[in-house]
Design a protein around this ligand. Structure first.
Ligand SMILES: Cc1cc2nc3c(=O)[nH]c(=O)nc-3n(C[C@H](O)[C@H](O)[C@H](O)COP(=O)(O)OP(=O)(O)OC[C@H]3O[C@@H](n4cnc5c(N)ncnc54)[C@H](O)[C@@H]3O)c2cc1C
Length: 420
């Protein structure tokens, strides 16, 4: 137990958001006790490489760690690794742990992340030896062991994780099929222009793509221990040595629900990351925040969101509240392509293409009533900071200039600022 008269912030979940919050509390002068509790076996690590460099064998566990162990010691942050928080009593400001212990708090930060959406009717932790989900280091380690040249991989879901894994697997000489129930890959997150570009790149690399394909069932081997093939509802059967399910994620909100906090596709928070309980904050994938820019609530799954919300929570707990107003952004690496996407493109009425997909270096700007609301940038790292500014400021630049690669973005931004 903690001494309830002295300040103590407990952080549940030692992923990106949780670890960043712990450090940010100290950086902002928090002098109370900080305990970072996580149910995975590792100290906080980078999740993005799990579907990229780690799976490819280019990066190993120590290099994934966000910080070395002594960084937490030096910052006087207690880490409880491999421990699950099993219950939350908000009235008593008390949590219980899977090791039998309990802790009370003055502030609690829920940074419980999200988990893979399971295939309907299947438990994500089910013991089928060659059926994979990709969320944790343990998942990635198991999958990496089965990524052997010549093996047949079937991926269910044409989102970022499925496509990143496809890129790694094809490079390693696996035979890769991907099924997607929409009429294009990345349909939920980007425009047809960008989807078509990625479709061509993947197919040129050897991906067997099944669009408008409905998953029907898994056909198991005689012992019922592994998947032999993936059955589609049109009767097609895709033989598989291993299968990856990448059909989205669900926020981990069970503790919040148990404690009676407001939850609706994530733990509902205000723009200071505070939940419906003034002593409990929620950050990262598990939280759902109001966006002034987009005029609605958002639940984001990205590293920049996890980090910015962690800093917002730390500031609020340290008595220096500052609203979370950052524009959403995200990246994805596939082959030699870096996609950086900023803003949310839903509701656009015009696109501007800058550069050319043929050169594998271009930007698609999304505009609504002349205002830039989002952009997808492929291999445009040098321009990305300026593009973010255009989206963040909701600028209404000259659209013809935007499409003209010879007009420098700094000039376009200056012109847009002059109008604003
Ligand atoms: C394979 C993969 C690739 C990705 N690539 C990118 C990318 O390229 N770019 C990008 O921006 N984002 C990427 N993301 C998304 C990004 O990793 C997440 O948005 C980010 O990790 C969210 O951080 P978080 O701290 O909210 O959640 P997490 O990192 O998931 O951390 C939550 C932690 O809390 C633990 N936990 C949950 N409940 C409890 C409990 N009751 N007790 C104790 N511990 C608990 C979980 O096990 C987990 O360790 C990727 C995600 C995955 C899975």
């Amino acid at each position: 137990m903690n001494h309830s008269d002295s300040p103590c912030t407990l952080i549940v979940g030692s992923g990106h958001a949780g670890a960043e919050a712990a450090i940010a509390l100290r950086q902002n002068g928090y002098t109370g006790r900080i305990v970072l509790i996580g149910n995975e076996a590792s100290l906080p690590y980078q999740r993005p490489p799990l579907s990229k460099g780690f799976l490819a064998g280019a990066v190993d566990h120590p290099a994934l760690l966000m910080r070395p162990a002594d960084a937490y010691e030096k910052a006087n942050i207690e880490t409880r690794i491999g421990v699950q928080v099993t219950s939350l009593d908000a009235a008593r400001k008390l949590i219980e742990l899977s090791d039998g212990g309990s802790l009370d708090y003055s502030h609690l930060i829920l940074a419980t992340g999200s988990r893979p959406r399971p295939l309907s009717g299947l438990d994500p932790e089910c013991p089928l030896v060659n059926l994979h989900y990709l969320r944790t280091l343990a998942h990635a380690q198991q999958m990496r062991e089965q990524m052997i040249e010549g093996k047949r991989l079937v991926i269910i879901g044409g989102g970022y994780i499925g496509l990143e894994v496809a890129a790694v697997a094809l490079k390693q000489g696996l035979e890769v099929s991907l099924i997607e129930n929409m009429d294009r890959i990345l349909a939920r997150v980007t425009s047809a222009e960008v989807s078509n570009f990625y479709q061509q790149v993947h197919q040129a690399a050897g991906l067997k793509l099944h669009l408008n394909a409905r998953f029907d069932r898994l056909n198991l081997d005689a012992e019922g221990k592994g998947v032999e093939s993936v059955q589609l509802s049109d009767g097609n059967r895709l033989p598989a040595d291993l299968v990856l399910v990448g059909i989205g994620a669900i926020a981990n909100t069970e503790l919040a629900e148990q404690a009676g906090l407001a939850v609706d596709n994530g733990i509902l928070v205000d723009e200071f990351t505070c939940s419906s309980d003034p002593f409990i904050h929620a950050i990262g994938d598990c939280s759902n925040h109001p966006s002034e820019r987009y005029g609605r609530r958002l639940r984001l799954e990205s590293i920049p969101n996890a980090i910015e919300q962690a800093r917002t929570a730390a500031l609020a707990i340290c008595g220096k509240p500052a609203p979370y107003r950052s524009i959403p952004w995200f990246w994805s690496d596939q082959y030699e392509l870096k996609l950086q996407t900023v803003g949310l493109s839903q509701g656009y009425d015009q696109t501007c293409l800058r550069g050319s997909p043929a050169t594998r270096s271009f930007v698609v700007f999304y505009l609504r009533e002349g205002q830039v609301i989002a952009a997808d940038c492929i291999n445009r790292q040098l321009e990305f900071a300026l593009i973010k500014k255009l989206v963040q400021g909701g600028q209404t630049p000259n659209a013809q200039w935007l499409c003209d690669d010879s007009t420098p973005l700094k000039d376009i931004l200056a012109q847009a600022n002059a109008i604003a």
